[in-house]
Structure formats: structure tokens, C-alpha cells
Design a protein around this ligand. Structure first.
Ligand SMILES: [Zn+2]
Length: 418
């Protein structure tokens, strides 16, 4: 399978890009199209790397617009958890397919997911053509217990093994929903199997206070005590960290995924300190979090929040400039994500064509416009592993996905209509 993109620009120069077997084969001004190539007309567009949504719960698109404007714990306890108890694999499959349509339209090529029925998520990712790192949420404070957690974790890892474009992760939900013994066990499995850990950490002040009360340490130090803070660990949120915790995270080589829009919407009261993390060399990625708490999966929208919040906090307009924010959004500031973000021969053929003839991108610096002016609507074409997932703004099969997702939301009692 080979693909050729003609008529687009790369760094302001007109180029032809050819992809073969999922990789970029050639890119340059003099590249010749071959007869067998599937052609993509890139006239009026620029080639840019795909976006990475490094923290989400994809199937929660089913919960969009359900229980908004509630405090975090009330939202979880009265809306989300009772409905999640009824979720089956097909609900998760179609919710994730809906998320994939939205992400493809917005230019996301890879996401990190933590959600129930991970095998259904993986099937949806495989069918949609995206890439994902998927982990089953591990919780042992409820009915599951410690042995249940271990069984579920190992079964999930087995189910996710060997699926195209899917990587596996262990996903302990948070330090307040997983016991210390289970965190230790998860850390050991992560090291043994060389799979990453993704966990929510230090999202709210209450989490910090509870951790100090229960364990005598702040969240990052407590997580470190279990062995689960290491170079394979991706910490979602990390809003309420102090300097010592940031030092520890840097020392252990863990990475952070910040979710500025979800943090604002759930009013967590503080902003992740990007500058402090950067000073220490901590890898930083960007996530939307789930559609229940964002409520969109539009990374191009969220990168603007990321940059503006940091400028505001620093009282310095030079903080987190557009090129750096763009690197965060494309996964290049967090080596743990394993994304090069380079458009050159030998790299995975994961890229976007963005409309440089759109009002948002027609004038001025492209990267600044992508960060400060654009939303996902400027994405014309999304290519992952050399396969065109959207062309001219159209994702094939999107109507059916939408219809089926609404049916499943109705089955769960989230919406009335079918
Ligand atoms: Zn989350």
C-alpha cells in the first residue's frame, strides 16, 4: 500500500510526500509519484505532524453533556459511577468509535486511554485506524479487591496483546482508589513486562490532604514509596504538586500529562506548573481528559488554553511560546510517548493536512495560528500509518458511528432519543 500527497507545503516549501507500508518513504520537492500510489491532493494545505491526546477516557463521549456543572466527586458518585456499572463492551466500542471520529476530525493520531472494557476500546481503535495506548482502570477499594484487581489487570494485558497500532498500559486509577499493596504489585508488573503506568495524580487539593492524613506523605512521595513512580510512569493532572514532588518526579524520570480544560471545568483551583516542570527536565504532554469533563476531544482547542494559562500564571507573555506549545501538543516534549513528530523518510506516516486557505491559517505564522487561532476544524486530512482516515473533512462511516453511539447512550438512560 502506497500513498502520495501532492500540492501541500512543508515548512513553507511545496513538497511531495510518499508513504509505503505505513512509513514515510520520501518527502521533498523532487519526489516523483508512482503509478500504484493512492493520490491525495494537498492543494491549499500544509503538512504538519499529528496531535497526541495523552490522557482521555474515549468511550465517555457517551456521557457528554450528562451532569455538567457539578463538583468532581458529586459528578462521579451521582452520574458517572452508577451509569458505568451498566456499561457493556458494545457501549464502550461505539462510544470509543465516536471519540475516534472526533479525534480524527480534530487531527489526533494517537491517544492514551484509561477505560472499562479495554478490549472493546482496542477493537474500536483498530477499526477506526488510529493508534492508542490502552489501560484498564484498576481499582481495588470497591468490590474488586486486590486479587480481583490482579486478575483483571493480567486479563486485560492479555486481551490487548498483539493488536495493530495498540500499545498496552497498566492504569491504576488514582492513589485514593488503589491500595498501597496493589500499587506495589502494579509497579512490579510494569517493570517485569516493560509496560507504562498511567495514573491520575494530584488533581485536587483534597487528594493531597487525604494522602497526608492517610500516608503521612504528599501524593508523588507516596506513589514513589510504592515503586510506581518511574521512567515508565505518566502522571495525569499533577496540579497540586509542590517543589519537592517535582524534584522527585524529575529524579525518577516520570512524565506528566496536563489537562488544562478539564482542570478548569472541574475547578480544581490551581494550574499545573509547566515552567517548574520544564526547569527540571520533566517530560510534559497534553490531554483533553474524557468528554464527560472537558467536554471536547479537540487538542487544537486545548493547546491554546495550555499556553494562555501558563502565561497568565507566570504574568509573562513570553512563557510557553507557540512553537513549544505545538511540540507539547504533538507529543514531542514527552519522550515516554514514543512520538518523533518529524515528517521525514523512515518515520511513521502519521500526519495532517491543515487548510492554509482557511481564515484562521491564511495569514501570519502557521504554528502560532495553529496554537492560538485554530480549532480542529482546520484539519482537512488525517493520515495514520499511511492510511487516509479523513479526506476533505470527511470521515467514512461517521454517520453510522453517530447513530450507534446515540442508541447506546439511550440504552444506558443517558439520552432519551433513539
Ligand atoms: Zn482522567
Amino acid at each position: 500500500m502506497s500513498l502520495a500527497v501532492e500540492g501541500a507545503t512543508l515548512d513553507g516549501r511545496p513538497v511531495v510526500l510518499r508513504a509505503e507500508e505505513g512509513l514515510i518513504a520520501e518527502v521533498g520537492e523532487d519526489v516523483a509519484v508512482e503509478d500504484s500510489d493512492e493520490l491525495v491532493d494537498g492543494t491549499g494545505t500544509a503538512l504538519v505532524p499529528g496531535l497526541v491526546n495523552a490522557h482521555t477516557h474515549a468511550a465517555m463521549t457517551l456521557f457528554r453533556g450528562y451532569g455538567d456543572d457539578l463538583p468532581l466527586m458529586e459528578w462521579l458518585q451521582t452520574k458517572i459511577w452508577p451509569t458505568e456499572a451498566k456499561l457493556d463492551a458494545d457501549d464502550v466500542y461505539w462510544g470509543t468509535r465516536l471519540a475516534c471520529v472526533e479525534m480524527i476530525r480534530g487531527g489526533t493520531v494517537r491517544f492514551w486511554d484509561m477505560y472499562w472494557q479495554p478490549a472493546a476500546t482496542a477493537r474500536a481503535v483498530a477499526d477506526a485506524g488510529l493508534r492508542a495506548t490502552i489501560g484498564a482502570p484498576l481499582i481495588d477499594t470497591g468490590d474488586m479487591g486486590r486479587s480481583g484487581l490482579q486478575k483483571y489487570a493480567l486479563e486485560s494485558l492479555d486481551e490487548l496483546d498483539g493488536i495493530d497500532r495498540v500499545d498496552r498500559a497498566l492504569a491504576p486509577h488514582a492513589i485514593y482508589t488503589v491500595s498501597e499493596d496493589s500499587l506495589r504489585w502494579i509497579a512490579e508488573r510494569s517493570a517485569e513486562l516493560d509496560v507504562p503506568i498511567q495514573i491520575h495524580l494530584s488533581e485536587t487539593e483534597a487528594e493531597v490532604n487525604d494522602c497526608l492524613r492517610d500516608h503521612g506523605k504528599r501524593p508523588a512521595a507516596y506513589l514513589d514509596r510504592t515503586g510506581a513512580l518511574g521512567p515508565r510512569t505518566l502522571l495525569a493532572h499533577s496540579v497540586w504538586l509542590d517543589d519537592d514532588e517535582l524534584d522527585l518526579i524529575a529524579e525518577r524520570g516520570a512524565s506528566v500529562v496536563t489537562n488544562p480544560v478539564a482542570n478548569l471545568k472541574l475547578a480544581v483551583g490551581r494550574v499545573f506548573d509547566y515552567r517548574a516542570a520544564k526547569r527540571r527536565g520533566i517530560g510534559v504532554a497534553l490531554g483533553t481528559d474524557g468528554a464527560g469533563s472537558n467536554n471536547s476531544l479537540d487538542v487544537l482547542q486545548d493547546v491554546k488554553y495550555l499556553s494562555l494559562l501558563q502565561k497568565h500564571e507566570a504574568r509573562d507573555a513570553a512563557t510557553l511560546p507557540a512553537p513549544e506549545a505545538w511540540e507539547v501538543a504533538t507529543g514531542r516534549r514527552a519522550p515516554l510517548l514514543g512520538v518523533s513528530g518529524r515528517i521525514e523518510a523512515g518515520e511513521p506516516a502519521d500526519f495532517l493536512l491543515v487548510r492554509t486557505d482557511s481564515p484562521q491559517l491564511a495569514l501570519g505564522d502557521l504554528i502560532a495560528n495553529l496554537v492560538y487561532a485554530a480549532s480542529g476544524s482546520v484539519v482537512d486530512t488525517t493520515v495514520v500509518a499511511g492510511r487516509v482516515l479523513m479526506r476533505g473533512g470527511v470521515v467514512e462511516g461517521a454517520d453510522e458511528v453517530l447513530e450507534r453511539a446515540v442508541e447506546h447512550a439511550a440504552r444506558l438512560g443517558i439520552v432519551d432519543r433513539v
